[in-house]
Design a protein around this ligand. Structure first.
Ligand SMILES: C[S@@+](CC[C@H](N)C(=O)[O-])C[C@H]1O[C@@H](n2cnc3c(N)ncnc32)[C@H](O)[C@@H]1O
Length: 361
């Protein structure tokens, strides 16, 4: 006997309709933030003060009709404030989130990451059909710069204290001449933070993406630490066997097509008894649905960026952003590490720190 078709409860339908509508509002918010960020409108409102549409357009070399529409949309959405002369301003809370590049609350770059994904939707559809991928370089400057700008405040403000709080690691990194590698270093902000935190150490950043290394070299030159901070464009799978005292991988193992090969190269490159530190997403131990905001965000990034990036260079493990601790542990064991610990670093953005251990000397 077949069961009668289920009639949806009107309240469920209305509630789900509301959810989709608020997602549409969220999406328009993010794309409008992208415009305001990339056109320099938020920065001008912050640096030069409140403005009418004409004034903002003049200051930023943009078109006044578009500036008016955007300003009104921002005010209607309670992002900007507006006075009776139609002069628009950035309230202090929004100002920090949208323009303060040094703040742990800085989130304008998030819009750039989502816009980078939106720009590749035709390629994503093709990848989803064929099993192919969309590479990090194809996502382009928006993704690369978003990544760098989102993580920079965490490396500059929170990483030093976090590492100092792990005594066993701090002792090793503090030794004169300690050799540190930072694989998948992107624009190099983590490498700069390591070099600044450990002034007696020598730090080498490695990334496979040439434009990222270009950014890192520029950032290093401005830091005045180039005597002991270098960057190299290379595949971390080819990290030469060497005597590093620590190898870091910040938010990149889940993107790598062959994470076990990279971890194995890192293990061979470590001095005896030394460890590798992997910072990756602090996702739950196992899948459960519905998930919390972090799981939802990470699955979102996985769909749109990280999984297609990982699958763009076959053969690939196809890890995706939601790399569970058990997955990394297995990668580490397959790569020849003897074990994996979670380091006692808590409340560090979206991330968790893992230590991959080698046999004691
Ligand atoms: C999500 S970004 C993270 C960048 C940086 N660590 C950060 O925290 O901002 C991932 C980086 O890993 C790099 N990457 C991926 N596979 C790599 C490999 N096999 N060797 C070196 N770098 C790699 C990418 O080019 C990209 O810059």
């Amino acid at each position: 006997m077949t069961s009668p078709p289920q009639v949806p409860d009107r309240r469920d339908t209305d509630a789900f309709g509301e959810r989709v509508l608020s997602a549409a509002l969220g999406m328009t918010d993010m794309l409008a933030i992208y415009l305001g960020d990339r056109l320099g409108w938020y920065r001008s409102l912050s640096a030069d003060g409140p403005a009418t549409a004409e004034e903002l357009a003049r200051r930023t070399g943009t078109h006044p009709r578009y500036a008016r529409e955007w300003l009104e949309q921002q005010a209607v959405n309670a992002v900007l404030a507006v006075d009776e002369d139609r002069r628009f301003s950035l309230p202090p809370g929004a100002e920090e989130v949208l323009t303060d590049r040094s703040s742990l609350s800085y989130m304008a770059p998030l819009a750039r990451m989502l816009a980078a994904a939106a720009g590749q939707l035709p390629a994503l559809l093709e990848a989803y059909r064929s099993g192919g991928g969309v590479s990090w370089s194809q996502f382009g400057a928006d993704a690369r710069e978003s990544q760098a700008d989102m993580n920079r405040p965490w490396y500059e403000k929170a990483l030093p204290e976090a590492l100092k709080g792990v005594a066993s690691l701090d002792v090793v990194l503090s030794r004169p001449g300690a050799r540190i590698a930072d694989v998948g270093c992107g624009a190099g902000w983590s490498s700069l933070a390591l070099a600044r935190t450990y002034p007696a150490a020598v730090v080498e950043g490695v990334d496979i993406d040439a434009p990222s290394i270009g950014l890192a070299l520029g950032n290093a030159a401005a830091s005045g630490m180039t005597d002991r901070l270098t960057f190299r464009c290379a595949d971390a799978e080819e990290l030469a066997a060497d005597s590093y005292d620590a190898i870091f991988a910040f938010e990149c193992v889940h993107d790598m097509p062959r994470p076990v090969d990279v971890l194995a190269a890192a293990r061979r490159a470590l001095a005896p008894g030394r460890t590798m530190i992997v910072m990756d997403e602090a996702v739950a131990e196992s899948f459960s649905a519905p998930g919390d905001e972090l799981e939802r965000l990470m699955y979102g990034f996985s769909l749109l960026i990280c999984l297609p990036d990982g699958l763009s260079h076959p053969p690939s493990a196809g890890t995706g952003t939601v790399m569970r601790p058990a997955t990394l542990r297995q990668y580490a064991l397959d790569a020849g590490f003897t074990g994996m610990n979670v380091l006692p670093i808590s409340a560090f953005g979206f991330w968790r720190f893992y230590e991959l251990t080698t046999a004691p000397v």
